[in-house]
Structure formats: C-alpha cells, structure tokens
Design a protein around this ligand. Sequence first.
Ligand SMILES: Nc1ncnc2c1ncn2[C@@H]1O[C@H](COP(=O)(O)OP(=O)(O)OP(=O)(O)O)[C@@H](O)[C@H]1O
Ligand SMILES: [Mg+2]
Length: 314
Amino acid sequence: MKNTEKSLAGQRIGVFGRGGSGKSTCVVLLAKTLARSGYPVCVVDADSTNEGLARALGADKTPESLLDWFGGTVFSGGPVTCPVDDPVPMAGAHVATEQLPAKYCGQTPEGIRVFLAGKIGPLGPGAGCDGPMTKIARDFAFEPEGEAPVTLLDFKAGIEDVSRGVITSLDWVIVVIDPSYAGVRAAATLKRLLEQMHSGFLPATRHLTSPDVVELTQRTYREARTRGALYVLNKIPDPDTEQFLWQRLLEAEIHVAATIPDDPALRQAWLEGIPLHSVTAEAEAAKMARALEEKSVVVQNRRRGGADVPTKTP
Ligand SMILES: Nc1ncnc2c1ncn2[C@@H]1O[C@H](COP(=O)(O)OP(=O)(O)OP(=O)(O)O)[C@@H](O)[C@H]1O
Ligand SMILES: [Mg+2]
C-alpha cells in the first residue's frame, strides 16, 4: 500500500485546455478512475455553454443548475455576481447534503455526484456575461457527511476563467493538449500564468474602487491554494505525433503525465450522448490519478517540512 492513498481527498481539480481538446473527456475518465479507487467524487460542470457532461458520466439525470439554487445572476436581479467586478466570496457557497434538494445533484452508478454551475443559453438574450457561473465554480463546495470528496471541475474552452481567478480555489490544474501548435501554446501560457501567480504577480484591480476589495483580491492570489499542474495529451493518432509533442513541450519545460490516444469509441459515445467507456483511455486516466496523488504527497510532505519523495510502505 502506498502512502499516496487518498491523498486527493478534499482537493479541487480543474481541467483546462483549448476548445475541443478533450477537457470533458478527461473529467469523465478521471472521475470514474477516482471513484473506482474509493474516493467520494463530485463533478461540477462549469462550462456555461456545452451540454452533455452528465450523460457522458452516465448520471441518472442532468441536474438543475446551481445558479437557480443560488437565486440567479446579478444581471437578472439575482445575488450571483461576476468575480471580476465583485471578487467577494459567495455567501452560502459551502453546501451540506441535507441543504441541497435532489434535483440539483445527478448520481452515477459509481456514486459520482454531478452538479451544474449554470448555462447561459436559457437566460436569454442580454443575459450578461457568464462570470456568475465562474464564481459558482470558484466558491461552491459540496460537503457531504464522511470523507471529503475530490471535486473535478470541467471548464469552458480557453483561459478566460483562469483570468477571472478561478484557479485560486483549485488545488490542481489539468491542462489537456490536443495535437496542434495552438494546443502546445495554450499549455505554455497556462504554465506561465501559474508561475506568475506563484511568484507573487498580482491580479488587475484598477477597476475596483474599494481598497478593502483590492486587498481581498490580492490576498486571494497570494493565498491561492493552487499547487501545480498536470499536462495530458489527448486525441493522439500515432507514436510519431506523441514524440513530436513531447519534444515541443519539453522545450517549454512541460512534462507529459498521460497520453490518451485518438479513440473512435470515445468519439462515438460523444456522438450518441451515452456514457464514455474506453479501456485504453481509462488506463491513462489511472496514470493521471496516480501522478496527482504523488504530487499531493510531495506537497503535503513539504508543508510538514519532510522529504520530497512519496515514501512507499509494503
Ligand atoms: N481521445 C479521443 N479520441 C477521439 N475523439 C475524441 C477524444 N477525446 C475527445 N474526442 C472528440 O472530441 C470532441 C471534444 O471532446 P471534449 O468534449 O472532451 O472536449 P472539450 O475540450 O471538453 O471541448 P469543449 O471545449 O467544447 O468543452 C468529442 O465530442 C469527441 O468527438
Ligand atoms: Mg467540454
């Protein structure tokens, strides 16, 4: 048994990458792997546009949006604000099982709980921006009885949500890289954003008028829980492409933790809107889970002033 066991309990993992790179696919595969390893798992669909994540996970239903539960966006008279204009944490964002009616939570056969931050479409024209959904993704935490769950968050394409500060509440960032120059660049940009944050680079606050809110925003970045990133290749058609990407990414000092091949079974499942299943891809997701567990142990040991290497017990 390794001492990495359950080292991800209570952690929040956000998945980023460019459009169509495979973020939602990674969320589904990783959620299933973690659930199989015995973690309680929550998935938050934080993509304000795309639909179908709950189906890909095999959930009993697509849940109602947390945006409705929290009372709607500020643009339509509700309390949920955009974190750029209003970085102040959402009141009541930590929710216990008995507080949340069942319609806001999907369940998969493996016991994964599925939540949906909110979709912009149903809000109609002039709905404003989807910042309130980002704020829900940043602040919402489901707190069931017993062991703290691992929470996986599926974000929309690009890095807008990162720039809105959502990473400050994530322990780990997974970057999904599709076989393209743009995919490699997106990974390098995310790496730089994380490095900037860790080196004390402060966010833009010129638009904020209250000194208290400026201080709060800066403190949020200084105290960000973000530990680091895991880089994953997806849709890889052959070993030559994999080799090429490894090389390009190494030039940016990015090491790849897993490679999900281009897999017709995954494409077909997304086409039909049915649960994803692929033995090869699931094996890569298991590698991702192990890598995250080992990284978590390293961080936990460092915080305790101990060794960097995850120790193994027989
Ligand atoms: N490993 C794979 N092999 C083959 N096809 C894949 C693979 N991963 C994803 N796809 C295809 O790519 C499409 C996009 O995948 P996915 O929805 O996971 O990406 P995404 O990054 O979440 O996209 P978006 O930016 O739109 O949210 C899927 O509909 C599927 O057809
Ligand atoms: Mg997606």
